[in-house]
Write a protein that binds this ligand. Structure first.
Ligand code: FAD
Ligand code: NAI
Length: 463
């Protein structure tokens, strides 16, 4: 008789491990299959956490070198010990992944180490052993999309995984793709001394974000020294002794040119990862983009097999995967698990940060929804001035008829933290007026949010 569980989750990323914990909380007997040496998935091992550790360290370095002088603080002889910086990052990752292992033990979730394969409804094989489960949850995540002609070796042509591990600061880093990864890791290496060129196929960076914010973001990053080649495509890469020569062309075609790079970071998006899972044999259907097809409540085409996180539709974000992990565990337990996709924030952790929740102006226009806009710049916020961090603004979008908050977009200091009250406001169906009438501490960056809410009706006080 195979070992038997109520739920077997395949993949221990933020979707899978959170699902396993919630299912255990709800009294189920749970196992989680993970083939990596450590738990936590892409996010904890090679994604969110190590990238934020390096963003933090590189920001400190840049501050010490260039920005403390403004405060009257002289710091002589600032040096970079990249080995120590990378070791600190590894310590941060290690503490986090061990934390998940602790949580598994605490909640009696069994970690089945190895590669999981679905043999059919209720049957999973791990390293030749068969296990039985009433429910199987697929949480196998995603991988970076390869670019034809630019073969990754994770040394000089890298994905984010190699881009987090460089042991030398490249002289010239060329980033292909002006999205989340390209701009975060581009910022890390620029701060540490690299010249960074971002090659983006479209005519703008962060294409999913509000266009006005995207433009401001590009201007600020350019002022920091990042170079942009928009509407440009990379058609090939040639590796030599001295790095890589990339062939570029205008996106719409035209004369080719070459640029040289010490390191090339390919960051043109991620795609679902379901290799070796046996989905076809098990009858689990994929959609046209290779994602596991679900019914909107995480059920796949096979009863008893569910899917969550990066391998299904929706934004590829850790907190989205986590919400889905909780929801599917609750649905399996007979509860009303639910995820509100209207209220999932997205944050680019550069400095300034860029954060958004809800709809963009472009989406509202496309949907024909009449809206009002309220904007407030950080230059008019006392706390931002005291911090010396006045780049950026808050932009709120509210329904013209009902005043209901529909979208919030912030570029500025700590935007990723400021966005939380707006995610909550959207979750609660608040109006701009509700936000405007809420007392915000003075002097705080949050007052810029309140002022933008006032500005929706043309009554901001400090501008
Ligand atoms: P994953 O985290 O990818 O986990 C899937 C796990 O399944 C992996 O550990 C894999 O080994 C395992 N697996 C796959 N197949 C099998 C199998 N057959 N058997 C056993 N195990 C298997 N998101 C944010 O919200 N904020 C950020 O700041 C952020 N930063 C990022 C930075 C980088 C560089 C990258 C690459 C991503 C970042 N993300 C961030 C995205 C985030 O990492 C993902 O959205 C998140 O990890 C998705 O979680 P998941 O559980 O769906 O999958
Ligand atoms: P992305 O989708 O954010 O950005 C990819 C960019 O590459 C886009 O601007 C796209 O137009 C461009 N592009 C596509 N093909 C191209 C080509 N051939 N040549 C030039 N440009 C091209 O993808 P990215 O940065 O790889 O990140 C993947 C995902 O990981 C993100 O979408 C996000 O979901 C997640 N992530 C989240 C982070 C966060 O929350 N802070 C940080 C890092 C990653």
């Amino acid at each position: 008789m195979p070992d038997s569980f109520d739920v077997i989750v395949i993949g221990a990323g933020p979707g899978g491990y959170v699902c396993a914990l919630r299912a255990a909380q709800l009294g189920m007997k749970v196992a989680c299959v993970e083939k990596r040496e450590t738990l936590g998935g892409t996010c904890l091992n090679i994604g969110c956490i190590p990238s934020k550790a390096l963003l933090q360290s590189s920001e400190r370095y840049e501050e010490a070198r260039h920005r403390l002088a403004d405060h009257g603080i002289g710091v002589a002889g600032v040096t970079l010990d990249l080995g120590r910086m990378q070791a600190r990052k590894a310590e941060v990752v290690s503490a986090n992944v061990r934390g998940v292992e602790f949580l598994f033990r605490k909640n009696k979730v069994a970690w089945l180490k190895g590669e999981g394969r679905i043999l059919g409804p209720g049957r999973v094989a791990v390293n030749g052993e068969e296990y039985a489960a009433r429910h199987i949850v697929i949480a196998t995540g995603s991988e970076s999309i390869p670019l034809p002609g630019v073969a990754v070796d994770e040394r000089v042509i890298v994905t984010s995984t190699g881009g987090l591990e460089l042991d030398r600061v490249p002289q010239h880093l060329v980033v292909i793709g002006g999205g989340y990864i390209g701009l975060e890791l581009g910022s890390v290496w620029r701060r540490l001394g690299a010249q960074v060129t971002v090659v983006e196929f479209l005519d703008r960076i962060v294409p999913g974000m509000d266009a006005e914010i995207g433009k401001a973001f590009e201007r600020i990053l350019a002022r920091q020294g990042m170079r942009f080649r928009l509407r440009t495509k990379v058609t090939g890469a040639r590796k030599g002794n001295e790095g890589v020569t990339l062939a570029l062309e205008p996106a719409e075609g035209g004369p080719a040119e070459e640029i040289r790079a010490d390191v090339v970071l390919v960051a043109i998006g991620r795609r679902p990862y379901v290799d070796g899972l046996g989905l076809e044999a098990a009858g689990v259907a994929l959609d046209e983009r290779g994602r596991v097809r679900t019914d909107g409540r995480f059920a796949t085409s096979v009863p008893g097999i569910w899917a969550i996180g990066d391998c299904i539709a929706g934004p590829m974000l850790a907190h989205k995967a986590e919400e889905e992990g909780v929801a599917v565990a609750e649905i399996i337990a007979g509860q009303a698990g639910h995820v509100n996709y209207e209220a999932i924030p997205g944050v680019v952790y550069t400095w300034p940060e860029v954060a958004a929740v809800g709809r963009t102006e472009e989406q509202l226009k496309a949907e024909g929804i009449a809206y009002k806009v309220g904007r407030f710049p950080f230059t008019a916020n006392g706390r931002a001035r005291a911090m010396g961090e006045t780049d950026g603004f808050v932009k709120l979008l509210a329904d013209a008829a009902t005043d209901r908050l529909l979208g919030a977009h912030i570029i500025g200091p700590d935007a990723g933290t400021l966005i939380a009250e707006l995610a909550l406001a959207i979750e609660f169906g608040a109006s701009a007026e509700d936000v405007a009438r809420t007392s915000h501490a003075h002097p705080s960056l949050n007052e810029a949010v309140k002022e933008a809410a006032l500005a929706v009706d043309g009554r901001a006080l400090h501008i």
